[in-house]
Design a protein around this ligand. Structure first.
Ligand code: 4AD
Ligand code: MG
Length: 477
């Protein structure tokens, strides 16, 4: 007999038809009622075994975590909580699970505990809901760009260049780290390394993405990126996924519009297509919130926050305007900020971004035209000589979700920046070439995939929205 997924069974008319379901036991009550889940939906199907129909040794093997195959009639349920159930006529144990040893009990576990058993945590309601939403968002990202005629480009993971010019890179080498070859002056000799040069894991596919945009027009990347920064926060991972669209003939305003359209599309997609999971996560967030002191609770629930983003424009303002607001803000005057905002040119801290988004405007904010000294070398220089056409999209509870810019398309200007910032000009020859041969105005941005998932699921730690998080001092699994 063919197996049917539980999601499909739960929406079928119960006509007493014979069905087969397979999945993992969530709970088993009264030696009768099995709650079975196969991951196709957050909801379990109830499989009912008639009292005394199974022998005792088989009954004892129906434990939380065990994997079962059940066959029986699909009937309307008399109990409350479910519309249909399976009246079991045949039951096989596919995989036993010793209840004394299985770490997941039918009770609430802390997320910290679940991180230690990341290979099993996806069998919980919370993490499985998050991972289904994660899948839906990945799918919707491809759909959004495909509908708009963008080409998906696979940029390399191993590179010889530092896209952000920030130096937080993981080295890739096959040299013997105990005895590396050295040149006459005693430096490690990378000529003998696998690639015959220094290489690292990419921090961003942007630079290669730009080369493709200046031929294919509109492109995007979607892949893993790596940062060796020592950031032990709820918003940073050492390995995260990034979506980087890059568009020929776009200026900074077109770029801001695309970022807005993308985020609103994705949130709307989640609301339309992940109803069961979002309702579960909404309730979960409510319960978490209720346990917090009043002043730390969110003003809106998860579903209301998502609807709010879809229905409201994002506030656009320049860095300079933001500095004015922050300088005159209450927390600044009363010295409540950890970093006080005194002069133009300082980098914004997350406390400042959150003040703008959560307290001042109470909606997503796009900040643009940042001081050139706090931004990357490739951003287009504005006519004022002080700022670049950079943009950051800031979200409530998250802070920066997108960073991007219009790119410097003028050869001389770009070269000057590369030199002023002491970047390795010789490694960037191909990037500079773009500005020599048919240069064009262009722009792009990077969306942090896990930060998007944080926002959409209402989870609060980035380590809970990727299957196997990588962060300082942790790479188990
Ligand atoms: O602002 P970032 O560093 O920008 C770039 O990498 C550009 N090359 C993007 C572009 O213009 N094509 O990173 C972009 C986004 C951030 O806004 C944030 O959402 C996410 O990537 N991000 C991280 N997410 C998780 N962990 C980290 N360590 C992250 N660093 C950045
Ligand atoms: Mg950034």
């Amino acid at each position: 007999m063919q197996r049917t997924k539980i999601k499909e069974l739960l929406s079928s008319e119960p006509n007493g038809q014979m069905v087969k379901a397979q999945g993992w036991v969530r709970t088993f009550r009264n030696n009768q009622f099995i709650a079975l889940n196969d991951g196709s939906t957050i909801n379990n199907i109830q499989a009912v075994v008639a009292l005394n129909s199974l022998d005792d040794t088989l009954l004892k093997r129906i434990t939380t975590g065990a994997c079962l195959s059940v066959e029986g009639e699909l009937i309307a349920s008399v109990g409350k909580g479910q519309a249909v159930e399976i009246k079991v006529s045949n039951l096989d144990i596919l995989g036993d699970s010793d209840p004394e040893k299985f770490p997941l009990q039918p009770k609430k576990h802390s997320l910290e505990f679940l991180r230690e058993i990341a290979h099993l945590r996806v069998r919980t309601n919370t993490i499985s809901a998050v991972m289904r939403v994660r899948h839906a968002m990945a799918f919707a990202i491809h759909q959004f760009f495909n509908e708009r005629g963008f080409t998906y480009v696979h940029t390399p993971i191993i590179t010889g260049s530092d896209a952000e010019g920030a130096g937080d890179m993981f080295r890739v080498t096959t040299l013997d780290i105990n005895k590396p070859p050295r040149d006459e002056s005693g430096h490690i000799d990378h000529k003998e390394d696998f690639f015959g040069r220094e290489t690292n894991l990419t921090v961003s596919g942007q630079l290669e993405g730009e080369t493709y945009a200046l031929a294919l027009g509109d492109i995007y990347t979607f892949g893993p990126t790596f940062r060796a920064e020592n950031s032990n926060t709820t918003r940073h991972l050492a390995e995260f996924w990034m979506i980087e669209p890059e568009m020929a003939f776009y200026d900074i305003n077109d770029n801001m519009q695309l970022a807005t359209d993308l985020l609103q599309y994705l949130v709307r997609y989640a609301l339309d297509n992940c109803k069961d999971d979002l309702e579960f996560l909404n309730k979960r967030a409510q319960e978490e919130d209720a346990a917090k002191p009043q002043e730390q609770r969110s003003e809106l629930g998860l579903l209301d926050r998502l609807k709010f983003v879809v229905e409201n424009d994002f506030q656009r303002l320049t860095y300079t305007e933001a500095i004015d607001i922050l300088r005159n803000s209450n927390p600044n005057k009363k010295k409540k900020f950890q970093y006080l905002v005194e002069q133009w040119g300082v980098d914004l801290q997350s406390e400042h971004e959150r003040y703008l988004v959560e307290k001042h405007f109470k909606k997503p904010v796009i900040l643009y035209n940042y001081p050139k000294d706090i931004k990357a070398f490739y951003m287009r220089q504005n006519d004022d000589g002080k700022t670049v056409a950079a943009m950051d999209v800031l979200f409530p509870g998250i802070g920066e979700i997108i960073g991007g810019s219009q790119r410097e398309e003028r050869y001389e200007r770009l070269l000057t920046r590369v030199q002023e910032m002491n970047l390795p000009e010789k490694d960037l020859w191909w990037y500079l070439d773009l500005r020599k041969f048919g240069s064009a105005p262009h722009a792009g941005f990077g969306l942090g995939f896990e930060r998007l998932i944080l926002f959409v699921t209402g989870m609060t730690n980035i380590r809970d929205v990727i299957p196997y998080p990588r962060f300082p001092k942790s790479a188990e699994f």
